[in-house]
Design a protein around this ligand. Structure first.
Ligand code: ADP
Ligand code: MG
Length: 423
C-alpha cells in the first residue's frame, strides 16, 4: 500500500486544507466548564497542523466526539477542544458551531494564511456515519485539499473519511503515516523471535489479528478474558469466568469462539523450540495457573493450578479467573525476555482492581525491559501502562484500537484506501 503523503503534495502553498482529525478525547467538568482530560490525540495532529501553517495554508479541522447519534448534543460539542488548542497548545483556533452551513463558508473566506478553524462534531449529522454523498460534498467544498490525520477512524467508511476524498485530492498526515509504518513493521519481516501478547475481554475483537499475525509470530501468549476461551477449548472448566462463547456483536452471530480458540490451538500444535534454543513449546500458550475469586471486586483471591486431568474442587465452581497465576507470569516473563519484537494488546487480568493487576503489571514490566522492539495498543492497555507509570518505556504506543487491529488482521482500511492513487 503506497499512501499519498502530505509532504509530497505539490502546490500546497496558500491552499485551504481540510484535515480529518480524531479529537474524540475524554472531557471532564471543571469549574462548570467542559475541559479536555487527556490530549494525546490532539497532540498527535500538531505536526501536520504546523506543517500546513508553514506552507501558509488555511486549515479546517473536522472530527467526531463520542456518540451523539446523529443529533446535536451540547455535552459532546467540540468547542472545548478549540479552546484547548488555543490555550494549551499555542494554536489559536476559531470554532464554528455548525458542521455545515452557509455561515461556515463566510468563516472560511475570512481565514488568513496559517489560521485554523475547527468545525462542530461531525456526528451531530446522521450523514457522517452513513457516508452521505451530500454531506461529503459540502465538506469537500470548503477546501482544495483533504488530509486524513485520523488513523483510529480509518476502519470506518464515513463521509469525512471516504466520501469527501471523491471531490478533492486526498493525502495522509504525518501521524497516519507513523501508525501505518509502525504497524507494517509487524507484518513485514519483524525481527524474530516475534512474541505476540494478547489479553483483554472479548476474543471476537482480536481473533482476526491473532490469525493474521500468527503467520509471522514465533509465539503467542494469551491472557485476560481471552485466555478463558483457550482454557475451555483445551478441555478445562472456566466456571463463572468471563467467557465470550457467543459474540456480543450480532453481525458475527453463529460464531462459536471456544471452537475458534480450539482451531487456533490445533493449527499451532507444532512444537516450537524457543527458549535458549532447547525448550520445546507449542506456539500458542495460555495460562497454567490463574488468580481467581468469586467476583472482580473481591479482595480475597486464590491461586488455582490448571492442567488437563486435574480435578476441580467444589470451591472452584464459584470462581472467576481474574488474573494470571505466578507460574504463568514466570513462564511469560521468560518468553518475553527472549523476544526481539513484541506486540501487546489487552490487559492480562482485571487490572482495574489492584488485587488482579499483578499479571498485567509483571508483563508490562517484562516487555518494557525486554530490549525488543515493542509496539502496543488498545485503550485499556494504555490505561494499564499509565497506572504502572510505564508509558514512556515502549517503542511505540498506538492510540488506535479497532483500526490497528483491523490493520493487523490484514484488512484494507477504507479510510486509507482512498489515500492511494492505485486503488
Ligand atoms: P484494550 O482496550 O486494551 O484493547 P480490552 O478492551 O479488550 O483491552 O479489554 C480490557 C478489559 O478486559 C479490562 O477492562 C479488563 O478488566 C478486562 N479483563 C482482563 N482480564 C479479564 C478476565 N480474566 N476476566 C474478565 N475481564 C477481564
Ligand atoms: Mg478496551
Amino acid at each position: 500500500m503506497k499512501l499519498n503523503l502530505i509532504q509530497d503534495a505539490s502546490n500546497l502553498q496558500d491552499k485551504t486544507v481540510i484535515v480529518r482529525v480524531d479529537y474524540n478525547v475524554p472531557l471532564k467538568e471543571q469549574d462548570g466548564q467542559m475541559v479536555v482530560r487527556n490530549d494525546k490525540r490532539i497532540q498527535d495532529s500538531v505536526k501536520t497542523i504546523n506543517f500546513l501553517r508553514e506552507n501558509n495554508c488555511r486549515i479546517i479541522l473536522i472530527s467526531h466526539l463520542g456518540r451523539p447519534g446523529g443529533e446535536a448534543k451540547p455535552e459532546l460539542s467540540l468547542a472545548p477542544v478549540a479552546k484547548h488548542l488555543t490555550e494549551n497548545l499555542n494554536l489559536a483556533t476559531k470554532f464554528s458551531p455548525d458542521v455545515v452551513s452557509d455561515k461556515n463558508k463566510n468563516l472560511i473566506e475570512e481565514l488568513r494564511p496559517g489560521e485554523i478553524l475547527l468545525l462542530e462534531n461531525l456526528r451531530f449529522k446522521p450523514g457522517e456515519k452513513k457516508n452521505n454523498p451530500q454531506l461529503a460534498e459540502q465538506l469537500a467544498s470548503y477546501a482544495d485539499i483533504y488530509v486524513n490525520e485520523a488513523f483510529s477512524t480509518s476502519h470506518r467508511a464515513h463521509a469525512s473519511m471516504v466520501g469527501i476524498s471523491k471531490h478533492i485530492p486526498a493525502y495522509a498526515g504525518f501521524h497516519v503515516q507513523q501508525e501505518v509504518n509502525q504497524l507494517s513493521k509487524l507484518l513485514e519481516e519483524p525481527e524474530t523471535p516475534f512474541v505476540m501478547v494478547i489479553g483483554g475481554a472479548k476474543i471476537s475483537d482480536k481473533v482476526e489479528a491473532v490469525k493474521n499475525l500468527d503467520k509471522v509470530a514465533s509465539l503467542v501468549l494469551v491472557g485476560g478474558g481471552v485466555a478463558n476461551n483457550f482454557l475451555k477449548a483445551g478441555g478445562l472448566e472456566t466456571h463463572k469466568s468471563y467467557l465470550e462463547d457467543k459474540p456480543a456483536d450480532e453481525k458475527k452471530e453463529g460464531v462459536d469462539y471456544v471452537k475458534v480458540a480450539g482451531e487456533l490451538i490445533e493449527e499451532n500444535k507444532t512444537e516450537k523450540i524457543l527458549k535458549d534454543g532447547y525448550i520445546p513449546l507449542p506456539k500458542i500458550l495460555y495460562p497454567i495457573d490463574v488468580k481467581a475469586a468469586e467476583n472482580p471486586d473481591s479482595d480475597v483471591a486464590e491461586i488455582i493450578n490448571l492442567s488437563t486431568g486435574m480435578k476441580d474442587t467444589p470451591e472452584d465452581k464459584n470462581m472467576m479467573y481474574l488474573d494470571l497465576g505466578p507460574r504463568t507470569i514466570r513462564l511469560y516473563q521468560e518468553m518475553i525476555l527472549q523476544a526481539r519484537t513484541i506486540f501487546w494488546n489487552g490487559p492480562m487480568g482485571v487490572f482495574e482492581n489492584d488485587e488482579f493487576a499483578e499479571g498485567t503489571e509483571a508483563i508490562a514490566r517484562a516487555i518494557a525491559k525486554s530490549g525488543a522492539k515493542t509496539i502496543l495498543g488498545g485503550g485499556d492497555t494504555i490505561a494499564a501502562i499509565k497506572k504502572f507509570e510505564l508509558e514512556d518505556r515502549y517503542d511505540y504506543v498506538s492510540s488506535a484500537g479497532g483500526a490497528s487491529l483491523d490493520f493487523l488482521a490484514g484488512k484494507k482500511l477504507p479510510g486509507l484506501k482512498v489515500l492511494t492513487t492505485t486503488e
